[in-house]
Design a binder for this molecule. Structure first.
Ligand code: GTP
Ligand code: MG
Length: 206
């Protein structure tokens, strides 16, 4: 898919106030600092569409970006940011969960994992929660430019075999770097395919 236009539409903390038009949308989630906003900028070919920062906790709200006037990308706050206080983390958790469970237009959730890290409990718990709630999701390994290609392959293989110890099947997997743009075409093609489905068909929740 070619991205011609991408623009910021609205930020809010309440799923009820998200855009009410009937368009497919794809949300990006993961731990703070995993590279969600950078990936969104990479996919849309825009440097500063989504705000990025080397300080975790930059994205605080549900941010909608309209692409090609036809579908949305949603930047969600990162979970598990240690420096935020307990109430702050709980509040972010509520916002995220309420969005995921109630947003009928959300066709697929891209869960980002830093490819350099061993499986982390917080991500595994989150995947478990997604599966229990039948939320359609894919895994996006990020920051692959920070490793040699052999180390990257090995890290992802061992992550996936860890998952397969508990899971019968794996969700779709994407290998990415926002620096060198690998994985961009794969994610955009995947979105293009899902955009063809009627919204009602992709809605596993109802
Ligand atoms: P929060 O909004 O705080 O939850 O973070 P986020 O997940 O949106 O992360 P963000 O995109 O702001 O990136 C965090 C840091 O990682 C920034 O310093 C980015 O430049 C860096 N980064 C993100 N993706 C990549 C990547 O693919 N390669 C490299 N080398 N650095 C990356
Ligand atoms: Mg962000």
């Amino acid at each position: 898919m070619i991205v011609n236009t991408a623009r910021f539409v609205i930020s809010n903390s309440d799923v009820a106030k998200c855009p009410s038009d009937n368009k497919h949308e794809y949300a990006f989630i993961g731990r703070s600092n995993v590279g969600k906003s950078s990936l969104i900028n990479m996919l849309t070919n825009r440097k500063d569409l989504a705000k990025t920062s080397s300080t975790p906790g930059k994205t605080l709200l549900i941010n909608h970006f309209l692409v090609n006037d036809s579908w949305y990308i949603v930047d969600l706050p990162g979970y598990g940011f240690a420096r935020r206080n307990k109430e702050g983390r709980a509040e972010i958790g509520r916002i995220i969960k309420s969005y995921i469970l109630n947003r009928r237009q959300m066709t697929n959730l891209f869960l980002l994992i830093d490819s350099r890290l061993k499986p982390q409990k917080i991500d595994l718990d989150f995947m478990e929660w997604l599966a229990e709630n039948e939320v359609p999701f894919s895994i996006v390994f990020t920051k692959l430019d920070k490793m040699t290609s052999t180390a990257g392959k090995k890290a992802i293989e061992s992550y996936l075999s860890f998952l397969l110890e508990q899971w019968e099947a794996l969700p779709p997997i994407f290998r990415t770097s926002s620096e060198d743009k690998r994985g961009r075409n794969e994610i955009l093609d995947y979105i293009e395919e899902m955009n063809k489905l009627p919204l009602d068909d992709v809605d596993a929740g109802e």
